[in-house]
Design a protein around this ligand. Structure first.
Ligand code: FAD
Length: 276
């Protein structure tokens, strides 16, 4: 199994579905969630995470006491394992372009993206050029957004973690990053015509055989039929029904797969402890 806690020195592409600014708890958790949905995502992270200001991290569920740097390294390994790139660079500006954003970095790289998640904790001055300077003023904190979902008045721009102005412990910031990522995925699905109930994204795992029998199909059909908006094209509704069912069927795992994935998690910890 290949793991890495190292950041890449440069992005591997010129265009991404999602750019995440900041690789602390919120940015890394957002990266895990969007990558698991299948979006092409990159995290730019440079500078000191507020997590490193915790002397020890003692209130993160499951960890009695963990070195904050180790927590971030494990989070980076996880995000990268799921397919989210993590690049050592600082975002200097985010500009709006047709259907998205252009992101420029301190090291002179430029990438375009459909969506940006600002997860940079203290500082979001790179947002000052957006909307002709009307959206964000230099030095302002937090960034104006819906605190629960991180959505902002600019389509495709989200704010996660401490920068959103919510309560900020590491565990809460990680949960917030995941929640913002879910809102972003739901918005993308809504853009494809999915209505609210079916636009929501669930990252669940269940035992093989839990779904798929006649009763399950009846149950899903009943729920699904109750959500369909009026005046929806029938062929599209049926296509969405099939897609929703296949998404749920795909989260099932066999016992062998479950064991393989749990072993993979242990392997990451063993690898990390052996390396350090
Ligand atoms: C002194 C102190 C002690 C604390 N103690 C605890 C504690 O014991 N337990 C606890 O749970 N919480 C504690 N916290 C709170 C916790 O650190 C934060 O809630 C948490 O780190 C916020 O996570 P975040 O992802 O929002 O930001 P961060 O973890 O700070 O991540 C933001 C990342 O973005 C990077 N960045 C910033 N700007 C850019 C840019 N333009 N381009 C690229 N990267 C950028 C930063 O360098 C950083 O790595 C403490 C905070 C402080 C200040």
């Amino acid at each position: 199994m290949e793991f890495t806690t190292e950041k890449a020195t440069a992005p591997r592409a010129d265009a991404y579905d999602v750019v995440i600014v900041g690789g602390g708890a919120s940015g890394l958790a957002a990266g895990v969630f969007v990558a698991r949905y299948g979006l092409d995502a990159v995290i730019f992270d440079r500078g000191q995470s507020a997590t490193c200001q915790c002397y020890t991290l003692e209130n993160y569920l499951g960890f009695l006491g963990i070195d904050p740097a180790a927590f971030l390294e494990l989070g980076r390994a996880h995000a990268q394992f799921e397919g989210c790139a993590v690049v050592d660079d600082m975002v200097s500006t985010v500009e709006g372009v047709d259907d998205g954003f252009r992101v420029e970095t301190q090291d002179g790289k430029t990438v375009t993206t459909d969506s940006v998640i600002a997860a940079s904790a203290y500082n979001a001055d790179y947002l000052c050029d957006l909307d002709d300077g009307r959206f964000h003023d230099e030095g302002d904190h937090p960034v104006d957004c819906d605190e629960a979902t991180g959505r902002t008045e600019i389509d495709g721009l989200y704010v996660a973690g401490w920068l959103s102005g919510g309560p900020h412990q590491v565990l809460i910031s990680a949960g917030h990053g995941a929640r913002v990522a879910k809102a972003l995925v739901a918005d993308r699905r809504a853009g494809e015509g999915y209505w609210e109930e079916v636009a929501a994204y669930w990252d669940w795992c269940v035992e093989d055989g839990t779904y798929g029998d006649d009763e399950w199909h009846r149950h899903v059909d009943e729920w699904f039929d109750g959500t369909v908006p009026d005046d929806c094209n029938e062929a599209f509704v049926e296509a969405v029904r099939e897609e929703v069912k296949s998404e749920r069927l795909a989260i099932q795992q066999t016992e062998a797969e479950r064991r393989r994935r749990i072993e993979r998690g242990k392997e990451l910890l063993r690898w990390y402890l052996d390396e350090r």
